[in-house]
Design a protein around this ligand. Structure first.
Ligand code: ZN
Length: 430
């Protein structure tokens, strides 16, 4: 393992134990650790701020939580695992009969797993336990003491942002979520990959694209970010939601909402070339991560996700077994190299935009037309037809190679047409 693997191991070990949620000090600690990798701006949005159809909730903090039996023995203790307490649990201090306590307990089908549960928007409380702890609680005493020393305050939601200005003002979005406590593949793998990619691009003298890196709590954070950067986000066409990419499983790509968008084929073929084999391809599904916010009609960002052990698809998903035994530094470094390959390929793409987007350009005026009108026959394509087709699909967003395949040209001929169009000042390179 090279220095990169050692570095990844170090950050995994420091970031994993923090009890992150959608708000709170551990999120700020997480962002501050990431500032060692990139000069991240940490921003705050106050509780109560309306964001699109939502509202920033109160900040939640948790000092202590446990369930003990009538002899004082602690059977479940938050000190042992962050996942033991349902995130955003309200304060509790009292004695409970089994029937009442049972309504607040959650366990998983995997015997040794502690499930991950949240109650962000319904004031409630709960504990997540192993099957063994559940059996012990049920059997060992009639009354149990429950303590949750939590607090809700008018605080803020924290997020991180890093922007790289390239030759083109066209931006690519790279987003990850910082709200999961102590899970390695879901959330943390994506957070670390996103930070390392930002550092990689930062190290270049200049990039062709501009890049917007966003570290937000899932859902509410993405909605808040969209709300506060509405016009900028409406301009973005493609993005990556980076998550669940640290397992040992097969590489996969989740496609964007527009199945026909070139980015899907581009990312899939790049990852396949890198792996030298077929990969798993997942269709777009609104059950996912923040692509469901970025892809809403008001924004329409085509987000793909490169995964290894995608959310929902691995047994340890949303449990305490999604830990540092599951995510190995060398595996995460492999994912970094795949994402880097995708970014490098994006950097080398050629994209043109039209100088006139209102109606067809008059080809005769630009010396590009055959003089005899009405002579078109199917199959008898002439240079002017190809020019019109290329111009039609030139939208400032689609790379030359994808315009070529749309109009049925090989790349070299398509490039020649672009050269001609650029000489006539009908297109310009982005
Ligand atoms: Zn999750």
């Amino acid at each position: 393992m090279g220095i990169e693997g050692d570095e990844i191991a170090d950050y995994l070990h420091r970031l994993f134990p923090l009890c992150r949620s959608i708000t709170g000090e551990p999120n700020r600690q997480t962002l501050r650790i990431l500032q060692e990798i990139i000069p991240l701006f940490i921003k705050e949005i106050a509780s109560g701020t309306p964001v699109l159809d939502w509202c920033i909730p109160d900040e939640w903090s948790l000092r202590e939580a446990y369930i003990s039996d009538d002899s004082g023995k602690r059977i479940v203790d938050f000190d042992q695992n962050n996942l033991h307490v349902v995130s955003y649990s309200v304060p509790v201090d009292g004695w409970f009969r089994w029937e009442e306590l049972d309504k607040h307990l959650h366990f998983h089908e995997l015997p040794n797993a502690i499930p991950y549960r949240t109650s962000y928007y319904k004031r409630d409380w709960g504990f997540c336990v192993t099957q063994e702890q559940y059996a012990e609680l049920r059997n060992n005493s009639k009354m149990h003491r429950v303590v949750i020393n939590s607090e809700f305050t008018k605080g803020s939601l924290s997020y991180g942002e890093h922007i790289i200005r390239g030759r083109s003002s066209r931006e690519i979005l790279l987003s990850c979520y910082i709200c999961h406590p102590s899970m390695a593949n879901d959330s943390l793998s994506g957070v670390l990959i996103t930070a390392l990619l930002a550092r990689y691009l930062n190290s270049k003298p200049i990039t062709n694209w501009s890049y917007r890196f966003v570290f937000v709590p899932e859902t509410i954070g993405a909605i808040a970010y969209l709300s506060q950067h509405q016009e900028i986000m409406q301009e973005i066409d493609i993005g990556f939601v980076i998550t669940t990419c640290g397992g040992e499983g097969q590489f996969g790509v989740k496609k964007s909402f527009n199945d026909h968008h070139w980015i899907n084929d581009f990312v899939i073929s790049t990852v396949e070339r890198y792996c030298g084999s077929d990969i798993k391809v997942f269709p777009f599904d609104i059950h996912g991560s923040d692509e469901r916010q970025y892809s809403t009609q008001g924004f329409g960002i085509n987000c793909t996700t490169i995964t290894k052990d995608k959310y929902y698809d691995y047994d340890e998903y949303h449990t305490s077994l999604d830990n540092l035994d599951l995510v190995k530094p060398h595996s995460l470094f492999e994912t970094f190299k795949v994402y880097k390959e995708v970014i490098d390929n994006l950097e080398s793409l050629e994209i043109f935009e039209k100088t006139n987007i209102y109606g067809e350009s008059m080809l005769r005026k630009h010396g590009l037309h055959n003089d005899l009108g009405g002579s078109y026959l199917p199959g008898g394509e002439q240079i002017s037809d190809l020019v019109l087709k290329v111009l039609f699909w030139t939208d400032g967003k689609t790379p030359v190679s994808y315009v070529a395949s749309k109009v049925g040209l090989d790349l070299a001929n398509c490039e020649n047409i672009y050269k001609l169009l650029a000489e006539k000042n009908l297109v310009r390179k982005i």
